[in-house]
Design a protein around this ligand. Structure first.
Ligand code: HEC
Ligand code: HEC
Length: 360
């Protein structure tokens, strides 16, 4: 089995079908009783599934464990200091808390890092959706000049050999002649990422425990649905199911204070940078809102520091609505019910192979 982009497409396609089937947003009814609110919420959202593993990428305990080590491994990058964990760390809820991430050799990336939690459930990866699965994302990071900076997959594979990863790959990929490969790196990291789900109080609520979230959060949930936020942020991940224009009613940067990005030759135009198509200008993947209270700053460039302000910006540029302070407080209370625990297996750093390896 060789890694080609089409190999990675399969799980993306499945996610697309799931997403398309799942995002029927119910009609909005006005004043509501407690159980009617729950019923409306159930039409729009779903609890997180128990697992994000899919048949396309068979996993085993050895594969997940290897993936975890590789996620925390920084010595495969060309500066020896950059790895998934540098931009997606346990102390920052799987993101990095920077407006825009800092990559290999100190380069400032054009975008803000998403959290890695729950991402295998999304329609595609990245704001432009240019990675169909978490596996394709991990694969291409190896040779990205902004992430690991390797000139070729062979260069990265040679480092994995030198670092002493051979027995670990052989255990995770038994019966393969060349167990160390960029493809298997991606499959192992994907297997680990697929364990990083973060169930939250809102899931308890959706399963019928109406005491799991506060009265303020319920009022916020009500507004989130009736004002139209849930038209885009829906499903199990409260977003991540579709691509939408950012700035439906006014140019987004006027509300966010975004600056032009030299690498993108202006304001970030989203999907357009991946496809070059006019109709993809200003189209971004709707981000998931799980754990959003824990992953400031906000938007694709981290241009907005607080969740209160991000909620105000959204109402203004997507819905043409001015929110009151009470609206904002209640919507933020609802969004805070999407905060789960940092998964235990992500909190504890793994022991990495020790090898006579020179830092570049
Ligand atoms: C130098 C910082 C950096 C490194 C290293 C890095 N990432 Fe990221 N990651 C980002 C940024 C920035 C984004 C957003 C990119 C975009 O949307 O265009 C991102 C996006 C993602 C996403 C998409 C999530 C979503 O909601 O769409 C996943 C998954 C991910 N990274 C996983 C990884 C994994 C796995 C590794 C290691 C193989 C890795 N990242 C290495 C900064 C980094
Ligand atoms: C028409 C679709 C649409 C609607 C309606 C919408 N959003 Fe969004 N939302 C998006 C998109 C697209 C982004 C990503 C923007 C970017 O950063 O490029 C986003 C981003 C966000 C973010 C930032 C997430 C992060 O991690 O940076 C928050 C918070 C948010 N939306 C909340 C809301 C709230 C609250 C409402 C209702 C007041 C709402 N959204 C309405 C499409 C929508």
């Amino acid at each position: 089995m060789k890694l080609t982009p089409s190999f990675f497409k399969r799980s993306g396609l499945i996610a697309l079908l799931l997403g398309a089937g799942a995002c029927t947003v119910g009609l909005v009814v006005a004043a509501d009783t407690e159980s009617a609110l729950l019923e409306r919420a159930k039409q729009v959202f779903r609890p997180l599934p128990y697992t994000a593993h899919v048949d396309d990428y068979p996993h085993s305990a050895a594969r997940v464990e290897l993936g975890k080590k590789l996620f925390f491994e920084t010595r495969v990058s060309i500066d020896g200091r950059t790895g998934c964990v540098s931009c997606h760390s346990p102390s920052h809820y799987g993101a990095d808390s920077l407006p825009r991430s800092v990559g290999v050799n100190g380069v400032v990336l054009p975008r803000n890092a998403h959290t890695v939690f729950n991402t295998p459930l999304l329609i595609a990866q990245h704001y432009g959706g240019n990675r169909v699965s978490v596996e394709e994302q991990a694969w291409k990071a190896l040779t990205s000049p902004l992430a690991y900076g390797n000139k070729s997959f062979a260069e990265a594979e040679a480092k994995l050999h030198k670092l002493g990863y051979k027995p670990l790959f052989e255990e995770a990929f038994p019966n393969e002649k060349e167990a160390i490969s960029a493809q298997n790196w991606a499959i192992a990291i994907g297997a680990f990422e697929r364990t990083l789900l973060t169930p939250a109080p809102f899931d308890q609520y959706l399963k019928g425990n109406t005491k799991a979230i506060s009265a303020d959060a319920k009022a916020g949930l009500d507004k989130f649905i009736s004002y139209g936020c849930a038209g885009c942020h829906s499903g199990a991940t409260v977003g991540g199911e579709s691509f939408q224009k950012f700035g439906l009613l006014e140019d987004y940067w006027k509300a966010t204070g975004s600056v032009e990005i030299p690498l993108l030759k202006g304001y970030d135009k989203g999907k357009f940078h991946d496809t070059g198509k006019e109709e993809d200008q200003w189209i971004f993947k709707v981000p998931q809102l799980r754990n959003v209270a824990m992953t400031p700053p906000y938007f694709h460039d981290g241009s907005v520091a607080t969740l209160d302000d991000a909620v105000r910006v959204m109402a203004r540029v997507q819905l043409g609505k001015q929110l009151s302070d009470t609206d904002v407080r209640q919507i933020v209370a609802f969004l805070s019910t999407l905060t789960g625990e940092v998964p235990k297996q992500f909190k504890e750093a793994p022991r990495l192979p020790v090898a006579a390896f020179q830092r570049p």
